[in-house]
Design a protein. Structure first.
Length: 347
C-alpha cells in the first residue's frame, strides 16, 4: 500500500483531516464583551466553542454545560461504544425493540426524512456493511462476496420507531445503524441550545468544520477552505444564525493497490461513493443541510445541483472528482474575498 502520494501529503500538511474543509476565525471582540473559547475532543474530532457575554465566569459555566450535554448525546448515539443506546439497538436487531430517549428518536426521524428526500442515497443502515475500516494505519475492506451478502440488509425503512412506546427496533438480524452522517450536527445544535438557555446570545460551535452560529448583531465570519488547493481559502461567509457543513472523500480513507477508498459508502453498492470530491452547504435551518452533503456525495454533481436549487434557503459548493467546481448563485454573491494575513486561522 502506498501512503506517500503527493496529494495525500498535501492534505495532511494542510490539516484537512481535522478541519474537514473549513477554517474559522473571529472578528475583533466588542470592548465591553468578555469572550471565552475552548476546545475539547468529542465525536472523533475537535469541538470548539467560542462565546461572548458580559461575565467571563458565566461564559465558562455555560460552555462547560454545553460540552456536558454534547458528551451525553454522543455517548448515546455512538455505535462504536458497546454501551450506547445505538449499540443496544444494533445488538437487538431482528429480536426486540429497545427503549430509546427522545433525542435519539428525533435524530432517527430526521434520518428517515433525509432518506426519503434523497431516494435512499442517505441511509443509516449502511452500518450493516461490516469489514470496512478506514484507518490508514490498519485498513481493511470486505470482498465482493461479503458486500453482496450484506447489501440486502441496507434499508432505512427497517428502522421502526414507536413514539408511543418510546422504542426503536431493527426488523432483521444483522442490521445495524450508523448515525455518523447525521448525529454530529444535531449534537452541535443541542450544545448551542444549552448556551442559549444560559443567556449566551453570541456563540459559535465548530465540530471539525461543521459550524453552528448564533449572534444578535455582528456576523461570524466563516472561512471556506478551497479543497482543490490545501492551505488556501475560497473566501469567507458572514453568518448570523445558521449552519455551514462540509463532506469530502479526503476525510477518512486509505490507499490499496493504487486505489483510494474513502468512508462515504453508497448504500446502493456497498462500496465508496463515486460522486463529488467535496460538498459544502449553507442554510439557516439544520433540516436543510443535515445529511444532505453526504447524500450529494452519493448522488453526484447534477443531482446535487437540483437538490440545492429545489430547497429554498439552501446554498452550496460542489467540487467534482476532476476538481471542477459549481457554486450556487446565492453562495457566489455571499462569498467575500479574504486576506491570508492576520486572520487568526484555526481549525
Amino acid at each position: 500500500m502506498s501512503r506517500k502520494q503527493p496529494a495525500l501529503r498535501s492534505y495532511r500538511a494542510a490539516g484537512m483531516a481535522l478541519v474537514l474543509a473549513l477554517v474559522i476565525w473571529l472578528a475583533a471582540c466588542v470592548p465591553q464583551r468578555e469572550s471565552h473559547r475552548e476546545s475539547r475532543a468529542l465525536m472523533g474530532t475537535v469541538v470548539e466553542i467560542s462565546a461572548e457575554g458580559a461575565d467571563r465566569d458565566h461564559l465558562v459555566l455555560a460552555v462547560d454545560s454545553a460540552y456536558r450535554a454534547m458528551e451525553r448525546l454522543s455517548a448515546m448515539m455512538n455505535h462504536y461504544d458497546p454501551h450506547s443506546v445505538v449499540s443496544a439497538i444494533n445488538d437487538a436487531a431482528g429480536v426486540h425493540a429497545v427503549p430509546a430517549p427522545a433525542e435519539l428518536r428525533e435524530v432517527l426521524a430526521m434520518a428517515r426524512s433525509v432518506s426519503e428526500r434523497t431516494g435512499g442515497a442517505f441511509d443509516i443502515t449502511v452500518g450493516s456493511l461490516k469489514g470496512w475500516r478506514f484507518d490508514p494505519r490498519n485498513p481493511s475492506r470486505p470482498d465482493a462476496a461479503q458486500i453482496e451478502r450484506q447489501r440486502p440488509l441496507i434499508d432505512y425503512r427497517d428502522v421502526v420507531v414507536d413514539a408511543d412506546k418510546g422504542t426503536v427496533a431493527l426488523r432483521r438480524a444483522g442490521q445495524r445503524i450508523d448515525l455518523g452522517g447525521i448525529a454530529k450536527l444535531y449534537i452541535l445544535r443541542e450544545g448551542m441550545k444549552v448556551l442559549a438557555s444560559h443567556g449566551i446570545a453570541r456563540a459559535l460551535v465548530n465540530g471539525g468544520g461543521d459550524v453552528v452560529a448564533r449572534t444578535p448583531d455582528r456576523a461570524w465570519r466563516v472561512g471556506i477552505r478551497d479543497p482543490r488547493r490545501p492551505g488556501e481559502l475560497l473566501g469567507a461567509l458572514a453568518v448570523t444564525t445558521g449552519y455551514v457543513v462540509s463532506s469530502g472523500d479526503y476525510e477518512r480513507f486509505f490507499v490499496e493497490g493504487g486505489k483510494r477508498y474513502h468512508h462515504i459508502l453508497d448504500p446502493r453498492t456497498g462500496t465508496p461513493a463515486e460522486g463529488p470530491h467535496h460538498v459544502t452547504l449553507v442554510a439557516e435551518r439544520m433540516e436543510d443541510v443535515n445529511g444532505i452533503a453526504t447524500a450529494i456525495m452519493v448522488l453526484g454533481v447534477d443531482a446535487g445541483k437540483k437538490l440545492v436549487a429545489a430547497t429554498p434557503g439552501l446554498e452550496g459548493l460542489i467540487v467534482d472528482r476532476d476538481y471542477t467546481s459549481w457554486m450556487s448563485p446565492g453562495l457566489t454573491s455571499r462569498l467575500e474575498p479574504v486576506s491570508t494575513r492576520g486572520r487568526g486561522e484555526r481549525g
